[in-house]
Design a protein around this ligand. Structure first.
Ligand SMILES: [Mn+2]
Length: 336
């Protein structure tokens, strides 16, 4: 097991024991790793007799995620809508910096609030009082699993469901290069505890709307190639959606479908989808087939975003042409 986990597990356990009221959150645009980490932790802490509040954070939760165990108790608020002085511990999961807690405004924690960061992003700024950062872990839920094992805490069915959903999802179904035997060891144990986990995975992966398929069609039509054909960029703008009479909020349901298809093309080393999530505000999603040359955490980082070597993202304003020019310049620099 990772030595950081072994070293920090008792320190984290002591902080939990000393606390009474614990806050947990989902990061903006929460994925199953963020949700599964927070809800698994909530269930563990409640069994320890703690008062736990999970807030949904900045974003609404996709209908596909409504059946994660514990979801019904989630408070539909962001961090600025709760009274932080009511909590003595904030366990911040799957979040590399304060912007992954909230993008609404600048967060200042009261002195009375202790913070523990548990994360797997290489870009983590270690902004907590205690920081358990394991960049080798392909999913944050794998760290939570190992932490529970290190502390000899029993993993029940609902905790296992949450951890399995996050582990499966952040590893792209156990296919990314960071997946090592630890991921399968976790999966073997978790699937034994929650043999019905595939029910949750089916829901996560099979909730497309017809709008999301129409938007995928637009995106596939808008692909352009740069950098000698090694960089593929597509875009979906509000104008594209209006032309097809598709509601603008549907665009967030489709970006996860576009980018894996683009990465699947032989020769397209870097894929980028640009979707207009709000008027004039663009979500950039990067994937690469070749992370040893194109480290996406650095490319996205240079654009004010972040993420992993093989998958990263950013939010940007400005014009699409400006954004494209910046990306082309960054990718061009890495081609020798
Ligand atoms: Mn994650």
């Amino acid at each position: 097991m990772n030595e950081n986990i072994v070293k920090l597990a008792p320190v984290i356990f002591d902080s939990i024991k000393e606390s009474k009221s614990i806050l947990l959150h989902f990061h903006p645009h929460p994925d199953p790793d963020s949700i599964g980490s927070a809800l698994a932790m909530k269930l563990v802490l409640e069994k320890m007799g703690k008062k736990v509040t999970v807030i949904k954070g900045d974003s609404s939760i996709e209908p596909a995620f409504k059946n994660f165990p514990g979801m019904k108790d989630v408070v539909l608020k962001n961090i600025f809508e709760v009274e932080l002085s009511e909590f003595d511990l904030f366990i911040i999961l799957d979040s590399s910096n304060l912007q992954m807690v909230s993008k609404v405004s600048q967060i200042v924690f009261p002195k009375s609030l202790k913070t523990i960061v548990i994360d797997h992003h290489a870009s983590n700024t270690k902004f907590g009082d205690i920081n358990l950062v394991v960049p080798e872990a392909p999913a944050n839920t794998q760290i939570v699993f190992q932490l529970l094992k290190a502390l000899n805490i029993e993993i029940d069915h609902d905790i296992a469901m949450n951890l399995m959903a996050g582990l499966w999802s952040d590893t792209g179904g156990f296919q990314y290069s960071q997946v090592k035997k630890e991921a399968f060891e976790a999966a073997a144990e978790l699937s034994g505890i929650a043999p019905d986990y595939t029910r949750l995975l089916f829901e996560i992966n099979n909730t497309n709307t017809k709008e999301s398929l129409y938007i995928l069609g637009i995106a596939l039509n808008n692909i352009e190639l740069y950098c000698g054909g090694r960089l593929a960029i597509t875009k979906v703008t509000r104008g594209d959606l209006e032309a097809k009479r598709i509601l603008p909020q549907s665009v967030s349901l489709s970006s996860h479908m576009i980018i894996p298809l683009m990465r699947s093309v032989v020769g397209w080393d870097v894929a980028l989808s640009i979707t207009e999530e709000d008027n004039g505000k663009f979500k950039l999603s990067f994937r690469t087939r070749n992370s040893s040359v194109f480290d996406l955490s650095k490319i996205a980082g240079a654009l004010g975003g972040g993420g992993h070597k093989e998958a990263a993202g950013a939010y940007m304003g400005g014009s699409i042409d400006e954004i494209k020019a910046k990306v082309v310049a960054l990718v061009e620099k890495l081609i020798v």
